[in-house]
Design a protein around this ligand. Sequence first.
Ligand SMILES: *Cc1c(COP(=O)(O)O)cnc(C)c1O
Length: 361
Amino acid sequence: MSPVFNFSAGPAVLPREVLIEVQKELMDWHGTGMSVMEMSHRGKEFMQIAAEAEEDLRSLMGIGKNYKVLFLQGGASTQFAMVPMNLVRGKKVIDFVDTGHWSKLAIKEARKFADVNIVASSEDRAYAYVPAQEAWKRSADAAYLHYTSNETIGGVEYPFTPDAGDTPLVCDVSSNFLSRPVEVNKFGLIYGGAQKNIGPAGLTVVIVREDLLGQVVPGTPTMFDYKIHADGDSMYNTPPTFAIYVAGLVFKWILKQGGLKAIEQRNIEKAALLYEVIDNSGDFYACPVDKPFRSRMNVPFRLTDERLDDEFIKEAKVRNLLQLKGHRSVGGMRASIYNAMPFEGVKALANFMQDFAKNHG
Ligand SMILES: *Cc1c(COP(=O)(O)O)cnc(C)c1O
């Protein structure tokens, strides 16, 4: 089979080198005669895999000793509930920025545990931007301030890290995790599902400041208490072992690429390629997002003549450019170009888009 380029929003493309390594080690990990899938999570082999994954993630992001790294399950959607259960700490209100689909779902869940104050929303213009921080109407004593650094469906990404002052800053980084450097010490908690940018589905990574642990709301089930997982080194129960192993290989792959600064530079170049084609298409294509907030990870665009949508998908497929259909809630197209999408893949899509516009414009 000739190589394809997979633009899926998630689960999404993984680095080819990582998949080859997984294949090589699948039946026999490092001479043990066992697959990682078959190993006890308490055996020394898997303990080593998990410890290395954590160490590599810590070194990639520069995570300080006062933060715990947790390898959990349940996806970011479970974190929508788990974060308030752990971080409300007797306070009355949680501050949220509403920038679209995923903010909304996080807000809906948080309302079960406290009052939610929407400090700002971009709903007035169909979520095409991030509201300017100067205008955010924050509460005096919020439990934390939550935002979504990259709206995967809307294609809106924060070009800045909000300043929360003494309030813990909480971020859903599911779709731009490890795509750029992060100042971890500005955050109380960072969470994300693995399946967009760091590994297979099944793993959720939570990075949390230690002093925020141990104050869950009464009645919180054991499995929803971060402290239980922190005290048990994410081995309180069976963790998603195979997903942790693959994510660990992805961390090593990113380190080999030169780390987050180098990855960021490539991501900037890849995204620019597509936005240039869209902006120079003379209205053949359009991107609904204001320029300063356009995502480097998920590039949503429309064909001005929607009747060409099916033909676009069909011809793209002939060129091995797959999964370009936009989210069912917004239509149009979306190209997700995560870390693992090679430059050649984006170039191939950019060339195809230009050819398609020429042939059908
Ligand atoms: C995909 C996604 C989610 C939901 O993730 P699940 O792992 O399916 O629960 C939440 N937030 C963002 C930003 C996402 O992209």
